[in-house]
Design a protein around this ligand. Structure first.
Ligand code: SAH
Length: 204
């Protein structure tokens, strides 16, 4: 999967490719869809949510320029798969999930896959995680109307936010925002399709 779907589509960061190859995606799936674990597509994980498409996880990790020891906030734990990939690059990961049952399921899957070091927190990730800030990177797997203000405040100088923005209904763009003093440098990473970000600074 890594060679065909990830490297072939332009992801070159060796650390990200190695991380993708090392995380057993089937451990993050419902048994009913485990056979499709290595297809490059989003799959249902219950509660109306989906596990991220591997290519998008790789693209996000590469865009975030993750380095070992980086403090990373992952918003929208879902299955825990993306959090595991970020942790496999050597980052220190906190992951926030809105739906308590999903957070619990992810906690178990992360433990089973050997990623017990990832901290899973239940709550509204659009508020960030003030008591663990600042972060080197904040990565979201759900689309919001704009970059939540708390994330900018909780980012180190030079830190990166990678998230999908809903530019208008049905049209989402993955963007990277890099903090430069009081400014954000924005890079457009292309069109994507994510579930909506809920909560105070979300879409609903
Ligand atoms: N990266 C996940 C993808 C999960 S889909 C994976 O690899 O499986 C997006 C997730 O974001 C859903 O589980 C949804 O419940 C969660 N979510 C939506 N709004 C949120 C918010 N404000 N805070 C935390 N999680 C949120």
């Amino acid at each position: 999967m890594v060679e065909w779907h990830i490297a072939a589509r332009g992801v070159t960061d060796e650390r990200v490719l190695a991380a993708m190859a090392s995380v057993p995606r089937e451990l993050f799936l419902l048994k009913s869809v485990a056979a499709d674990a290595y297809a490059d597509s989003p799959l249902p994980i219950g509660h109306g949510q989906t596990i991220s498409q591997p290519y998008i996880v790789a693209l996000t990790a590469e865009a975030a320029r993750l380095s070992p020891g980086d403090r990373v906030l992952d918003v929208g734990t879902g299955s825990g798969y993306a959090a595991a990939v970020y942790a496999a690059t050597g980052a220190d990961v906190w992951s926030v999930e809105f739906v308590p049952a999903l957070a619990e399921q992810a906690r178990a899957a992360l433990d089973a896959a050997g990623f017990g070091a990832v901290r899973v927190v239940t709550g509204d990730g659009t508020l960030g995680l003030a008591d663990q800030a600042p972060f080197d990177a904040i990565l979201a797997a759900a689309a919001g109307p704009e970059i939540p203000r708390p994330w900018i405040d909780q980012l180190v100088e030079g830190g990166r936010i990678v998230m999908p923005l809903e530019r208008r209904p049905g049209w989402q763009q993955l963007v990277r925002a890099t903090r430069r003093g009081d400014d954000l440098e924005i890079d457009d990473l292309g069109g994507v399709r994510f579930v909506p970000l809920r909560g105070e600074h979300g879409l609903s």
